[in-house]
Design a protein around this ligand. Structure first.
Ligand code: GRF
Length: 215
């Protein structure tokens, strides 16, 4: 019999802790990870996929002369798997409009900050430098705007006095691993969707800042 679960392709670039959390939760969360794609041949996440019997593809962006060339190859690699959902989990490449618009409402990203604060990289140090009292992680639908798509949910943690960026980042990453499988399972069960550029949960608009979770 055909597997009826939501079929997910995960894109990674690095260690893959979020990937691991998604794999671990998949047995009881209504989705299956059918394939992993990494732009980095050295990504430890590839090893994690292998250990769990999940197939993978390496698409090294350095092998492509242009961003469009890489995006085209990536689009083909994703489409070969016919996923219901594409999940960016520590994927460190900016995707062009061609590919993003192909997956409107079917592509999620996790970002290590309380968006719209601190889009881009080096978020933990920037939160400290800004004197923020709170930091965290955000999951959002991917749109053409970098780290700017409709927010779905955020995990918020207080910043401790004299905390170093590395320490703070490690605490955020733990929260990411709790948040991401939860959001993916909402999508898989049909509770979460994007309608007219608005994130919806159980038929109700999600507030602009996303659903809030605190430790
Ligand atoms: C995570 O903090 C993710 O939000 C960010 O990069 C980190 C990747 O961690 N974009 P991992 O590869 O899931 O371990």
């Amino acid at each position: 019999m055909q597997d009826q679960r939501c079929c997910v392709v995960v894109l990674i670039s690095g260690d893959g802790k979020n990937l691991q959390a998604l794999i671990d939760a998949s047995s009881h969360s209504g989705y299956m990870i059918s394939h992993v794609i990494s732009n980095n041949p050295e990504a430890f996440g590839l090893e994690r996929a292998k250990r769990c019997g999940i197939s993978s593809t390496i698409l090294n962006h350095k092998d492509f002369g242009t961003r469009e060339g890489f995006d085209n190859a990536l689009l083909q690699a994703i489409n070969r798997k016919k996923p219901d959902l594409v999940v960016l989990a520590g994927f460190m490449r900016i995707l062009g409009p061609e590919i993003v618009n192909n997956f409107t409402g079917r592509m999620l990203n996790i970002h290590p900050s309380l968006l719209p604060k601190h889009p881009g990289t080096n978020t933990h140090q920037r939160a400290l430098d800004a004197g923020d009292h709170e930091h965290g992680a955000s999951v959002h639908f991917v749109t053409e705007k970098l780290d700017g798509g409709p927010l779905i949910a955020q995990e918020r943690i207080p910043i401790n006095a004299n905390e170093a960026a590395q320490e703070l980042g490690a605490r955020v990453l733990i929260r990411e691993q709790q948040l991401y499988p939860k959001v993916v399972s909402w999508f898989a069960s049909g509770r979460l969707c994007l309608q007219q550029n608005q994130a919806m949960m159980d038929g109700v608009m999600i507030p602009r800042g996303g659903l809030q979770f605190r430790s």
